[in-house]
Design a protein around this ligand. Structure first.
Ligand SMILES: Nc1ncnc2c1ncn2[C@@H]1O[C@H](COP(=O)(O)OP(=O)(O)OP(=O)(O)O)[C@@H](O)[C@H]1O
Ligand SMILES: [Mg+2]
Length: 256
C-alpha cells in the first residue's frame, strides 16, 4: 500500500504546486512509482505548469462521476503520471470534493506515492485534500503571515489526526527573512527542506517542465531531492537505515 502526501499550507501563491511537481518528479527520478494529483479545483495549475493546460478528462470529471479515474491520467514528457484539473469554470459545477478520499485510496493500491497538490485556504476543497492524505507537508514562505497560516494548517491536520511530515520553507532569500529556528519554534514542527528564491523556477515553467529535470544541479533541485530523500528514509521498508534527527539536520545543511 502506498502513501498519500498532501502538499498544503493555507496561504496562496507560496509554492505548493511548485513543490508538489518537483517532489513528485524527484521521487519518480529515484525510481518510485508516483502519481501527481491536482486537488486545487478552483485554480488547477499542475496541467498548466507541465504542458497539459486543456484537459477534457480531468479530476473534475472524475469527481463529477462522468469518467473513471484512469481516464483522467496523463503522461508528462518526463514519464511522470499526472491527474490534472480542468481550468474551465463550468467543470466546477458538479464536483464533489468529498469523493476525493475514495479515489486516493484506489491510487494507493497501485502507486508508492500519491502526491496531492492542495488549494489555498481552509475551505471545503483544501479540507478534502487533507482528509484524503496520510501525511501533510506544510509549505510556507519565511514571512509572518505565511507562518501563521501554516500554523492553522498544522492545527487542522492535528484535529483530523493526520500526521505532519514536516514543513517546507520555500522562496528563502538571503536577507531579512525569518530564521529556521524562529519558524520551528513557532510551529513546533521541523523544517525538513529549504528551497531558495530562484528565477529558474519560472524558467522551467516557461518550458512546461520542472527545475528538477532542467536544472538538476541547482540549489532548488538539491532542496527538493533532499525532501524526497527525507520522505523515503522515513518510510519503513523503503530504506533500511533509520533517519535520525542528526541525519535530518545534515540533510538540510546539504552535508548528506
Ligand atoms: N522557490 C521559488 N523561487 C521563485 N519563484 C517561485 C518559487 N516557488 C514558487 N515560485 C513562483 O511563485 C508563484 C506561485 O507558485 P505556486 O503556483 O507553486 O504557488 P501555490 O502555493 O501553488 O499557489 P496557489 O495558492 O495559487 O495554488 C509561481 O509564479 C512560481 O513560479
Ligand atoms: Mg497551486
Amino acid at each position: 500500500m502506498g502513501k498519500s502526501i498532501c502538499v498544503s499550507g493555507s496561504k496562496g501563491g507560496i509554492g505548493k504546486t511548485t513543490t508538489s511537481i518537483n517532489l513528485a518528479l524527484s521521487l519518480f527520478n529515484k525510481k518510485e512509482n508516483v502519481v501527481l494529483l491536482d486537488a486545487n479545483f478552483t485554480s488547477p495549475n499542475v496541467g498548466i505548469y507541465l504542458g497539459h493546460p486543456v484537459t477534457p478528462n480531468s479530476i473534475h470529471e472524475v469527481l463529477s462521476n462522468k469518467i473513471k479515474l484512469d481516464e483522467a491520467m496523463y503522461l508528462h514528457k518526463s514519464g511522470l503520471k499526472i491527474i490534472p484539473g480542468n481550468i474551465s469554470l463550468n467543470s466546477l459545477q458538479n464536483v464533489n470534493p468529498s469523493r476525493l478520499k475514495n479515489h486516493v485510496s484506489k491510487l494507493k493500491k497501485e502507486y508508492d506515492w500519491v502526491i496531492i497538490d492542495s488549494a489555498a485556504g481552509l475551505g471545503r476543497e483544501s479540507l478534502s485534500a487533507l482528509e484524503a492524505c496520510d501525511e501533510v507537508l506544510v509549505v510556507l514562505n519565511p514571512e509572518l503571515p505565511s507562518v501563521t497560516d501554516a500554523l492553522k494548517t498544522i492545527r487542522i491536520a492535528q484535529e483530523l489526526n493526520i500526521g505532519v511530515a514536516g514543513v517546507v520553507l520555500t522562496r528563502k532569500r538571503k536577507k531579512y527573512d525569518m530564521t529556521i529556528k524562529e519558524i520551528e519554534s513557532m510551529l513546533e514542527s521541523p523544517v525538513v527542506a529549504v528551497i531558495p528564491e530562484d528565477d529558474l523556477i519560472r524558467k522551467a515553467q516557461n518550458k512546461r517542465d520542472a527545475v528538477i529535470n532542467l536544472f538538476p544541479r541547482s540549489k532548488v533541485s538539491k532542496g527538493y531531492n533532499r525532501l524526497s530523500s527525507y520522505l523515503l528514509s522515513e518510510s519503513p521498508g523503503r530504506n533500511e537505515k533509520e533517519f535520525t534527527w542528526k541525519d535530518m539536520v545534515r540533510t538540510i545543511l546539504g552535508l548528506k
